[in-house]
Design a protein around this ligand. Structure first.
Ligand code: SF4
Length: 385
């Protein structure tokens, strides 16, 4: 950790020029001194990305199935104690949402849900995946962590990727942020990618949520975690996201800050340290910053995202409700009308506000203008048989 704040200019230059990298090099790359030599890092990062990934940027879309949750995470709009409007989409509604994304060109889907075993049961997840797998070559999940045996039917139904953010790798901050629900268990969450791998998932995604603990501490922890997974889950394709906190219901203020320039430095450091790892950028970041980060090393981005269930088609409007401690309570009269005014596309509340509101087609066009090819699927399932 000390190296990440005190590295010298010479140590930074030496680390950037290396062929094989250690965590000590990564610490040099995220240091303030490396920040002063960002162009040096960017040149190496750009070259490595072109060499390993070519001029290709892959697109994916999150599809929110449910915003029910039994956890309280201080930074998340879906926290069980937030008085938001909630819904879990039926299979038919999920089908409509997916069809709208398919129509836009997406073939790589991330199914997202809060953690609520009653509304988002294993059987429900399996049915959603089995239904979608007929058309979608790539399906990843970002849902409450499960046991290996619970994951296996989801893999068998057609899911191939699992995303789980540790949120913060600082145990004290983690305890402070997660005040109720099973997510309080730090180690259970940390070991999730390994359980997913054991169950057969072949794409694993990890990240910290920047804005909770010191960003250099988080970045070093993510790098150590990635390094461990690359050695122990070596058949899997690993992705690292670069997610910063966004405004959400509950109005949580970030505890720490990472600047745009530091975020660019972090993208370069991840690329230089892990040449073959996918780097993911979401619509949490504003358009101009995303445009600048793409050539530096980003390989996978979302576009046109909605973070509320039913956001793409308005599905689920009729059955929104409030919950108290995870149980449904009746809406006060007039709430639906209020919700319709507050949420243009749906009545349910989103997880957070997105910053890049461009359509998928506009983002694809921008990728082309940057000289890259937008690719709408992660890989061709036929190639993996
Ligand atoms: S971060 Fe996930 S587990 Fe926590 S409240 Fe939000 S949806 Fe629930």
């Amino acid at each position: 950790m000390k190296r990440s704040t005190t590295a010298s200019a010479a140590a930074v230059r030496e680390s950037v020029a290396k062929r094989g990298f250690s965590l000590a090099d990564f610490a040099n790359l995220i240091s303030p001194m490396a920040g002063e030599q960002l162009e040096l890092l960017a040149n190496r990062s750009r070259a490595m990305t072109l060499q390993r990934f070519g001029k290709v940027v892959r697109l994916f879309a999150p599809l929110y199935l449910s915003n029910e949750c039994i956890n309280n995470c201080s930074y998340c709009g879906f926290s069980r104690d937030n008085p938001i409007l909630r819904v879990t989409l039926s299979l038919d509604e999920v089908k409509r949402e997916a069809a709208a994304l398919y129509e836009q060109g997406f073939r790589n889907l991330l199914l997202v849900a809060g953690e609520h075993p009653k509304f988002v049961s294993n059987g429900y997840m399996r049915d959603c995946i089995a239904m979608l797998h007929e058309e979608w070559p790539s399906i990843s999940l970002e849902v409450g962590p499960m046991e290996v045996e619970e994951y296996k039917p989801l893999v068998a139904a057609g899911a191939d990727g699992l995303v789980v953010y540790q949120e913060t790798y600082d145990r004290a901050v983690y305890a402070q942020m997660h005040t109720a629900g099973p997510k309080r268990n730090f180690d259970w969450r940390l070991e999730t990618p390994e359980r997913a791998y054991a169950a057969g998932f072949r794409r694993l995604g990890i990240s910290a949520l920047y804005g909770l603990a010191d960003w250099r501490y988080e970045a070093l922890s993510v790098a150590a975690h990635a390094d461990y997974l690359l050695r122990n889950c070596w058949k899997a394709q690993l992705t690292i996201s670069t997610v910063r906190l966004r405004p959400c219901a509950g109005e949580f203020e970030p505890l720490t800050h990472i600047t745009d320039r530091e975020l660019a430095q972090l993208v370069c450091a991840y690329r230089i340290m892990f040449p073959d790892v996918g780097i993911v950028l979401s619509t949490r970041e504003p358009a101009k910053l995303r445009d600048g980060l793409i050539p530096l090393g980003v390989t996978l981005i979302s576009a046109g995202s909605h973070t509320e269930p039913g956001g793409y088609t308005g599905a689920g409007k009729e059955k929104i409700h409030h919950t108290e401690r995870g149980r449904i309570v009746e809406l006060a009269s007039g709430a639906s009308e209020w919700a319709a005014m507050e949420n243009k596309a749906t009545n349910a509340t989103g997880q957070f506000n997105i910053a890049d509101e461009r359509s998928p087609q506009e983002v694809a066009e921008l990728i082309r203008r940057l000289g890259y090819e937008p690719v709408w699927k992660d890989w061709d399932a036929a190639l993996t048989v």
